[in-house]
Design a protein. Structure first.
Length: 182
């Protein structure tokens, strides 16, 4: 009986340790020359890789704009929360000051400090230097409010006053010029 090869065909047996396939020595130099020579420049991009890379870049660009909008909104939320905390603190401070002004002792203290008032029976002293300037802490009144634009009733009373005067030789002014002056 003839020996069979591992593939089931009659023929030579493969020696152990020899790879399957063609027997060595059967490749020719012409077949080796047909194979393209690989250059050492690295992997080459295929069309599929270029398309994949462009899709990835497109996705990154679209998500970048979304991420930027999210980051801006997050910053706006943080600043709004900080402003809310600051305003709540200001409200608490104003409520505390309002409660202090309801205390008669605090009102007396402020009157003494701001206006230099003294209680009945007390004597207030001021130290005046050789140059005539008061020395030390001098209580002063707050600045008066800035002159506001006249109210309608002030304008009405002004026109009543003006109507009682003798007319002058001047021409009446242009109404637009009067408005611009005010």
């Amino acid at each position: 009986m003839a020996s069979r090869s591992p593939r089931g065909r009659p023929g030579r047996q493969r020696p152990p340790g020899q790879p399957r396939g063609r027997t060595p020595g059967r490749t020719t130099q012409a077949a080796a020359a047909k194979k393209p020579a690989r250059t050492g420049s690295g992997p080459q991009l295929t069309t599929r890789a270029i398309v994949l890379l462009s899709v990835v870049l497109l996705l990154v660009a679209s998500y970048t704009s979304t991420l930027h909008a999210w980051w801006d909104q997050r910053g706006d939320i943080q600043s709004t929360k900080a402003e809310i905390v600051m305003r709540k603190q200001a409200i608490e401070d104003l409520n505390d000051e309002k409660a202090r002004w309801e205390d008669p002792a605090y009102v007396k203290q402020q009157a003494r400090a701001r206006f230099g008032w003294v209680m009945p029976g007390e004597v207030g002293y001021r130290v005046i230097g050789a140059d005539g300037v008061v020395r030390g802490d001098v209580p002063t009144l707050d600045e008066p409010p800035a002159a506001k634009t006249p109210q309608w009733y002030d304008k009405l009373w002004g026109s009543v006053k003006q109507s009682g005067k003798e007319p002058s030789d001047k021409k009446p002014e242009d109404p637009d010029a009067v408005i611009k002056k005010q």
